[in-house]
Structure formats: structure tokens, C-alpha cells
Write a protein that binds this ligand. Structure first.
Ligand code: AOF
Ligand code: ZN
Length: 365
């Protein structure tokens, strides 16, 4: 038994990031007489599971070997047959699992079947790491609501743009590269209509030496003010665009958008705004497991108020903009008293060039 093999399995699992959603990232290593005889990971949604990839790759008979796998092997017929059957037939002696599968179709059953077939099972090696890796999957498979990460980039004095809405660029190249990797990892990216009007962004993944996957673009636009020549409208062949609006939208405008290939999702209104909980539920029903929320301030505040945010990534650049007309990351009305603040738990601090990035989780989620 050796932790280094589970580390390797986690490293392999990570390679599936962005390609396997809404499935989990899973990695697997098969060890015999102290050496790795096979390894694999879940590469694309709908394709082979990690255990099957690893078993297909063995360079020696896996009989009496030990399997290290980051998630409990599945016991159900999904898009592929149960992994436990393959494991049992291979003659593997022991299976070491980082964490149980939260999928109610599997949870605990995979382990039970392995044990009933005389295979030794151990659970919990690097469990925290494995659960963090699959935080999106864990929320989505148990609630059917997408996991939401709020990302913002601001100066030391908490501004995301100047009074002229200039924001290019607040953070370093390394931070922006990190954000593009996040976009690849998440199934959807969500912004408010003001961001589209002011910045006209593409909201796609642009990474050197890596062909990332573009997220579905979700524009929160209660009155459907989106310009028909906005980049996110004009390049729908590149990435899907969904405009989330309300009955307050002009019907002829939504018709035009649909003709241009934009999907229009009408939600109930809350104080004249898009009902974000309804929207998240609908996105979940469409198979979207994760949303990267890239603000602005109005949408960010509504998102926090509606309790849809799970995690935050606040990038802070060592610059000062100043000015009471400069934009801030979370706007809206703000809470009345400090005791009403949204609290962030499990904070970690990361350094990206000269920037710092604070990561954490919204309390009571
Ligand atoms: C594993 N190994 O590599 C993965 C697992 O539709 P399917 O057949 O791909 O099944 C998806 C479900 O299988 C998913 O919700 C999760 O419970 C499990 N994923 N299991 O043993 C893997 N990706
Ligand atoms: Zn499986």
C-alpha cells in the first residue's frame, strides 16, 4: 500500500478536467510487485471509465495486483458497463479507493459487490484531495443544481474597473491564463448584460498549446438589451449562447436572437430581475454541472443574495485605482450590517506572479 500511487491516480484524473463533465474526473493505477503495470483515466464524457482504461493498458497479467482508484468503481449500466465486473474478472486482489461515489446509483454498492466477490477493499486514501477534485460532481449529482464559482479580478483597493469602465488589464498574464483554464473546466460561464454592453467579451477559452473546450455562455439580461452585433451573438457557431431573460423582454427582440442561433430562456422575475435560482435549476436540467460567474457587481450581489454561489476566486493585483466612481466586484444594495456579511470559509491563498488569489467557500451552503 503506497500513497504515491494514489497521488499518481489523482494526477491522471485531473487530465480529464473540462472534458468529462458532468461526469467526475477519475484516475486509476494498477500495481503488481511494486511496479505500475497499468494506468488510465476517464478521458471524455461517455467514454471508458478510468478502471477500464487502466485494465486495457496492462503490460502484465493483473491477477493478484492492487488497484488504486480515485472514486469508487461503478456498479451500474450507464453509457458503459459496470467497472466492478471488469475488476472481478481481471483477478485483481485488492482495490484501494480514495472516496465513495456520491452518485446514488452507485454509492456503496460498488464496494459491496467487490467485497462479495472476495476482493479486499480499502477506502479513504487521500479522500480530501479526491473530494476537492470532484467538488463540482459531488454537488451536481446530489442536487442537480450546478456548482457555482464566483471569480473576480480587482485592485488592492477593491476596484474592478476605472470610472471610464477601463479594466484591461487589472491582473497579470499568469492570472488571466489561470482564468482561461477555469473556463475550460467549467461547463458554463455567466455574466450580466452590463459586461456585454461595456466590454463586448467573447467569453471563450484562448490558451496557447492547449485546445480547451469553450463553456456555454449565459448572459443574464432581464430586459433583453443585448446588442444583436455583440460578439457572443455573432459567434454562436464557436460556443453556445443562452440569454436568460424575463417576460419584460421585447418579444420581437427574443425572436431575432433565436433566429441568430441564440437560445433564450425566460425565467420568472424577482423585483424585475431574472430569478437566479430558477435559472440555475434549468441549467442543471440541461446537463450543465458548473457555472463560472464572472460578474459584474450587480449580478454578483444578486447571486450571493440568491444563495447560488458555492465558491469564490478573488484575484487581487498590487495596483490602486481609487475614486468613488470606480467599479467594485460586488455592488447592488449591499448588506445593512457587518453581521449580515456573506462569510467565506476554508480560505487558501495563492500567488500568481505579482497577484494574489484568495479561494474559499461560501458558508452555510
Ligand atoms: C467509475 N469510473 O472513470 C467514472 C465513473 O454514464 P456512464 O456510464 O459514464 O456513468 C457515469 C457515472 O459513473 C457517474 O455519474 C459516476 O457515478 C460514475 N463515474 N465511475 O467507476 C470512472 N467516470
Ligand atoms: Zn465505472
Amino acid at each position: 500500500m503506497n500513497i504515491k500511487y494514489m497521488k499518481r491516480a489523482l494526477e491522471l484524473a485531473e487530465k480529464g478536467a473540462g472534458f468529462v463533465n458532468p461526469n467526475p474526473m477519475v484516475g486509476c493505477v494498477i500495481v503488481k510487485n511494486g511496479s505500475i503495470i497499468g494506468e488510465g483515466y476517464h478521458k471524455y464524457f461517455g467514454q471508458n471509465h478510468a478502471e477500464v482504461e487502466a485494465l486495457n493498458s496492462v503490460v502484465e497479467n493483473p491477477e493478484n495486483s492492487t488497484m488504486y482508484v480515485t472514486l469508487e468503481p461503478c456498479s451500474h449500466f450507464g453509457k458503459t458497463p459496470p467497472c466492478v465486473n471488469r475488476i472481478i474478472n481481471s483477478g485483481i486482489k485488492k482495490v484501494i479507493i480514495a472516496t465513495l461515489d456520491p452518485n446514488p446509483l452507485v454509492s456503496g454498492k460498488g464496494v459491496e459487490i467487490l467485497k462479495n466477490n472476495g476482493i479486499e477493499v480499502e477506502i479513504g486514501m487521500l479522500e480530501n484531495e479526491a473530494r476537492k477534485l470532484n467538488e463540482i460532481f459531488i454537488k451536481y449529482i446530489t442536487t442537480k443544481v450546478p456548482f457555482c464559482l464566483m471569480k473576480t479580478a480587482m485592485t488592492l483597493d477593491g476596484k474592478i474597473a476605472t470610472k471610464f469602465s477601463d479594466s484591461k488589464w487589472i491582473t497579470s498574464k499568469t492570472s488571466r491564463h489561470y482564468v482561461h483554464k477555469l473556463r475550460h473546466r467549467y461547463s458554463a460561464i455567466m455574466v450580466g448584460i452590463n459586461t456585454i454592453i461595456v466590454d463586448n467579451p467573447q467569453l471563450t477559452v484562448r490558451l496557447k498549446n492547449f485546445k480547451g473546450k469553450n463553456p456555454v455562455r449565459v448572459i443574464v439580461d432581464s430586459r433583453c438589451r443585448i446588442p444583436l452585433d455583440a460578439k457572443v451573438v455573432k459567434d454562436v457557431s464557436n460556443a453556445r449562447t443562452i440569454v436568460a431573460t424575463t417576460v419584460l423582454a421585447d418579444k420581437s427582440k427574443t425572436k431575432k436572437l433565436k433566429e441568430l442561433g441564440v437560445e433564450v430562456l425566460t425565467t420568472p422575475t424577482i423585483n424585475g430581475r431574472v430569478d437566479l435560482n430558477y435559472l440555475m435549476k434549468k441549467l442543471g436540467e440541461m446537463g450543465i454541472d458548473s457555472v463560472l460567474l464572472e460578474g459584474g457587481g450587480t449580478l454578483n450581489y444578486s447571486a450571493l443574495k440568491s444563495n447560488i454561489v458555492d465558491k469564490i476566486n478573488f484575484f487581487i493585483a498590487p495596483k490602486i485605482i481609487g475614486g468613488h466612481l470606480s467599479k467594485t466586484p460586488v455592488d447592488g444594495d449591499g448588506v445593512p450590517f457587518v453581521k449580515d456579511s456573506f462569510y467565506i470559509d476554508n480560505i487558501t491563498i495563492h500567488k500568481l506572479d505579482e497577484d494574489i488569489m484568495i479561494e474559499g467557500y461560501i458558508r452555510n451552503k
